[in-house]
Design a binder for this molecule. Structure first.
Ligand code: I3P
Length: 109
């Protein structure tokens, strides 16, 4: 699965709250492949980059959980991603269909 999303970091992989200054929303082109969510500036990022570049901003989703962020009311169509290494992110998608599609794809790959 692929597509543009907005991402906000909430908790770092060490379980500590993401510090102020790095908690903003940022747009990424997201590619889910082999249990890794690759985040690039645009849709050309993946092909252009070396694999080592692709791993920058990548999120491993093995044993991760995606859930609709019903408690986050500032934006619509947002899901929360909790990873095995205790990081936590919010992702905003374009509509409810995309939201469900991302959540199901992440949870059932
Ligand atoms: C954050 C940015 C986020 C905001 C976050 C701020 O500042 O304004 O948009 O989250 O609030 O800390 P910065 O870019 O300097 O990190 P919301 O959009 O969800 O309000 P937060 O610390 O309450 O998460």
């Amino acid at each position: 699965k692929k597509g543009y999303v907005m991402r906000k970091c909430c908790v770092e992989p060490n379980g500590k709250k993401t510090p102020f200054g790095r908690r903003g929303w940022k747009m990424f082109y997201c590619t889910l492949r082999d249990l890794v969510l690759y985040l690039h500036k645009d849709e050309h990022g993946f092909r252009r980059s070396q694999m080592s570049d692709n791993l920058h901003n990548a999120i491993r989703i093995h044993h991760a959980l995606a859930t609709k962020a019903t408690d986050y009311t500032k934006k619509q169509h947002v899901f929360r991603l909790q990873t095995a290494d205790q990081a936590e992110y919010l992702f905003q998608t374009s509509d409810s269909k995309e939201l469900n599609s991302w959540v199901e794809t992440i949870n059932f790959v």
